[in-house]
Design a protein around this ligand. Structure first.
Ligand SMILES: Cc1cc2nc3c(=O)[nH]c(=O)nc-3n(C[C@H](O)[C@H](O)[C@H](O)COP(=O)(O)OP(=O)(O)OC[C@H]3O[C@@H](n4cnc5c(N)ncnc54)[C@H](O)[C@@H]3O)c2cc1C
Length: 381
């Protein structure tokens, strides 16, 4: 892929401005109300951020992994759910782009190119989390043509608000297939929304399929290719490294707030930043974030060079990036709370929100235990 530096730089400038002027001022309110901020998503759409993975013909720039990663990182400095909204939408677009037929893509792209449309990724079920092969949602050939799907997907980011749902279902007991389902399909409905520790404002809920009929065009790729989409393409096409980029943004925001606070807060007639204990904590946070950022950027560069045939070494790096960046973000946000002292624990200050938000990235998109299993299995192959 040819990367146009000018477009990248312009886009990053736009994202920095939106984050500072429009997202950051809303972060406290979105966290308090936990309501999905449709107005902020509209701003993403108006600035071309929701369509940046699409081809030019449909208003996109076929954004590279590197650019998407930096955009997501920047948005998460303002509000973590902006990152998950982007991640979910672009992960689905990129995964579908690699496996769908041209005529399926025409229709999908054309629909996404107008309005501010979002996409959701539907894999997890009540009894199938890390063990994704254990899903029980079924897709059976319908007598009149097409497929009938039955099952419940839980914890779906953008449930209720997305236009399209990429649903993984079993077409036979050993075979997972992927279906792109429009929100208005008969038999698709939404269940409860979850109340979460953090990541407020993001709509996390159940997607229920009850004799949900879809035509043959909903099947993406061939029957049985869903696992390939999940294990190879999915990992490299955004989901895991997307979590790494979001974590970097949240971690960096916490460090920035902590530095400001350490310059202002005085105890024992000194700025707390003048105490070596605080200074070393800040230095360690900066070091770890920078190291994680280097790994994430290098991983994304390799993904761009190798896509769609990502090597095992790069897949291991995707998992390493996800683990390292999300563990670092958890450490940095926790240290930021410590640096704020008692005020760090109070909602009036931003760092407790960042600490709650950081936690999710160690869990979603393959838990950090699962990522370590992937790294280990690639190392020992
Ligand atoms: C806010 C939020 C948003 C989400 N968004 C989405 C979404 O958009 N789409 C979607 O499909 N899902 C989504 N999820 C689901 C998420 O991906 C899962 O929660 C995650 O994959 C873990 O699955 P689980 O919760 O069932 O935990 P489990 O798989 O039950 O794991 C429990 C614990 O056991 C560990 N564990 C499991 N297996 C092993 C093993 N073999 N070796 C060592 N340790 C192991 C795990 O690491 C974890 O610590 C979301 C979840 C949340 C909370």
């Amino acid at each position: 892929m040819v990367i146009d530096q000018t477009i990248e730089q312009e886009m990053l400038q736009v994202v920095k401005r939106i984050t500072k002027q429009q997202i950051m001022p809303r972060a406290v309110e979105v966290d308090r109300t936990d309501e999905f901020p449709h107005d902020l998503v509209k701003i993403l759409g108006e600035n071309g951020l929701l369509t940046m993975s699409l081809p030019e013909k449909y208003g996109g720039i076929e954004a590279s992994a590197s650019l998407l990663g930096m955009v997501i990182e920047e948005l998460c400095k303002g509000l973590a759910m902006m990152g998950t909204t982007m991640l979910s939408t672009h992960a689905v677009i990129r995964m579908v782009s690699l496996m769908a037929r041209p005529d399926q893509l025409e229709k999908f792209y054309a629909n996404l190119s107008s309005g501010h449309k979002l996409c959701a990724f539907c894999l997890t079920e009540p009894h199938a989390g890390s063990d994704a092969r254990a899903i029980s949602t079924s897709a059976k050939k319908a007598p009149q043509g097409g497929y009938i799907l039955n099952g419940t997907k839980i914890f779906v980011t953008l449930a209720h608000v997305a236009e399209y749902y990429l649903v993984f279902a079993k077409t036979n007991p050993d075979e997972i297939s992927a279906f792109l389902i429009h929100k208005n399909s008969p038999g698709l409905r939404f269940g409860k929304l979850e109340e979460k520790m953090g990541l407020h404002g993001s709509s996390t809920g159940d997607v229920i399929l009850e004799d949900c009929w879809v035509d043959d065009d909903a099947l993406i790729g061939e029957e049985g290719q869903g696992w390939k989409m999940l294990s190879e393409i999915g990992t490299s096409m955004l989901r895991s490294w997307g979590a790494a980029c979001m974590a970097l943004g949240v971690g960096q925001a916490a460090l920035d707030y902590a530095i400001e606070y350490a310059k202002e807060r005085k105890q024992f007639n000194k700025r707390i930043g003048d105490f070596q204990a605080i200074r070393f904590m800040l230095a360690d946070c900066a070091m770890q974030l920078e190291a994680a950022r280097c790994l994430v950027r290098e991983t994304n560069r390799r993904v761009d060079l190798e896509a769609p045939n990502i090597s095992k070494e790069t897949l291991a790096m995707v998992s390493m990036s996800k683990c390292l960046a999300t563990d670092v973000a958890m450490k940095v946000t926790t240290d930021a709370v410590q640096i704020f002292g008692g005020y760090g624990y109070i909602k009036e200050y931003p760092v407790e929100r960042l600490m709650r938000d950081a936690k999710i990235f160690q869990i979603v998109d393959g838990t950090n235990q699962v990522q370590r299993m992937i790294i280990g299995s690639i190392l020992l192959k």
